[in-house]
Design a binder for this molecule. Structure first.
Ligand code: EPU
Length: 430
């Protein structure tokens, strides 16, 4: 029974160090399988999704050595199976990157269909389209995606929707295909660029990542590298919004401010002060937030992974706001939980209409998925009295030391595993 116990009502103040980007790391770790030489990767976040992919890589025969909490050494010269179907792997979305990486190197792989947060139907047709265009025979059999090719041949691929996953997977496979591949309508997220930079550091030839046309000239072999993963834009954004909802003053450190522009812009629009320096952003919220409109969009638009966090903030803002989710069709499941805290939010189709209330009140809540779970924690930190959040394993998929980092900012929060610990927490915080 792991839960977060929270006593809300005090502003978050201080500095918080942001870790490596989970969604970049998941792809980069899988891509480390594409060489027989040893790869050293730094700034790997210690979260459960990362541990799931690393253990799946070990099951395939990769030698994974942790040189510290955030540094991993991988050698994939002894891969002994091309089937990845472990129980842990079934729960994560990024299992599909193993497919791209193994197909690139071995022209064959069988990987369990991806799981991940239940936020919509989450099709994989564009991944399949990319693989097929490169000459792969793709079949779905017994719950596995089965890829097999005689050889991979560069191609021209137009993605029908902007998708991070299919852009990266096509890039992985094309990196070792014969000839040139062009991916049009590619996703431009910072982690797409990070994966391309990682592959290039191993000897790949990828140009244009970060724009909507990526050109890849396939190479026969990749070699060893040492690489540091970029900071996590969404972890940073979550603490920035935590400052906003608690009327706090928080500096997120070790970030790339450019990656946070859409988040900073919305915070300023709703009445926060945002100060940027080279690798830090400070958010100060000294007055009541004001209403706004927001629509989630592919990068550089406002990220879908920040949608629940901004909704929690606007739930406390003066006036009526709207939040439109344009990436995933089922990402408002947490709204019922917020309603228990006194929020006034109506969801119509893919838009939440929010009438700001002046306060939230603590309540027992259930985290429905990773980002919504983090947003409910933020709501608890802003609320009067106690909030207890269940299903925190979702939150731990993507936030390292969430409660400890929040404690460092003065939050009254603890991770409890029994009723007794919960009572102890209540006695401690008063
Ligand atoms: N889509 C298709 N066909 C495909 C692939 C995607 O129609 O073959 C659609 C999706 O249904 C969705 C849109 O395209 O409507 C975007 O999907 P995308 O491929 O970009 O998302 P994803 O790979 O499933 C990753 C992250 C998500 C993040 C999204 C958007 C990982 C492991 N997951 O998911 O992260 O929300 O990109 O940025 O990288 C999270 O970290 O909490 C999380 C959910």
């Amino acid at each position: 029974m792991e839960q977060y116990a929270i006593k809300g009502g005090n502003p978050l103040v201080g500095e918080v160090e942001i870790g490596g980007a989970k969604n970049a790391a998941l792809a980069i770790l899988a891509a480390a399988l594409m060489t027989d030489e040893t790869v050293l990767i730094d700034n790997v976040p210690d979260v459960s999704d990362i541990n799931a992919i690393l253990s799946a890589m070990q099951d395939l025969g990769a030698i994974v050595t942790r040189l510290g909490r955030h540094t991993v050494k991988i050698n994939a010269s002894q891969i002994h199976t091309l089937v990845a179907d472990g129980e842990e792997l079934k729960k994560i979305r990024a299992s599909y990157y193993l497919l791209g990486a193994l197909t690139a190197k071995y022209k064959e792989a069988r990987v369990v269909l991806p799981g991940g947060c239940n936020i919509g139907s989450r099709a994989i047709d564009q991944h399949i389209k990319g693989f097929k265009a490169l000459g792969v025979d793709v079949r779905i059999e017994h719950g596995l995606i089965c890829n097999k090719a005689e050889h991979l041949k560069g191609s021209h691929i137009y993605l029908d929707v902007v998708t991070v996953g299919a852009t990266i997977n096509t890039m992985l496979a094309a990196a070792m295909a014969d000839g040139q591949t062009t991916i049009e309508n590619a996703a431009k997220e910072p982690h797409v660029v990070d994966v391309a930079n990682f592959l290039n550091s191993m000897g790949a030839n990828i140009k244009g990542a970060g724009t909507d046309v990526i050109r890849i000239r396939g190479v026969e072999k990749l070699h060893k590298t040492e690489y540091t993963i970029i900071p996590d834009q969404i972890e940073a954004g979550t603490y920035m919004f935590a400052a906003a909802v608690t009327k706090g003053d928080v500096t997120v450190k070790n970030v790339i401010p450019k990656h946070l522009e859409s988040i900073s812009a919305k915070l300023m629009e709703i009445g926060c002060e945002v100060e940027e320096s080279d690798d830090a952003v400070r958010v100060v919220a000294s007055k009541r937030l004001t209403h706004t409109q927001v629509k989630t969009l592919p990068y550089p638009g406002f990220p879908t992974d920040m949608q629940p966090q901004i909704t929690v903030a606007l739930g406390l803002a003066e006036g009526t706001s709207t939040v439109t989710e344009s990436i995933f069709e089922n990402r408002f499941k947490y709204v019922d939980e917020l309603t228990k805290m006194g929020a006034s939010i109506k969801v119509e189709g893919n838009t939440a209409i929010i009438d700001g209330v002046s306060r939230y009140t603590g309540a027992p809540l259930v985290a429905p998925d990773l980002r919504a779970g983090a947003a409910l924690v933020m709501a608890g930190l802003a609320a009067e009295e106690y909030t207890v959040i269940d299903n925190i394993q979702f939150i731990e998929r993507g936030y390292e030391d969430f409660h400890l980092k929040l404690q460092g900012l003065g939050a009254k929060i603890d991770r409890v595993t029994s009723e007794k610990e919960l009572q102890k927490f209540k006695l401690k915080v008063g």
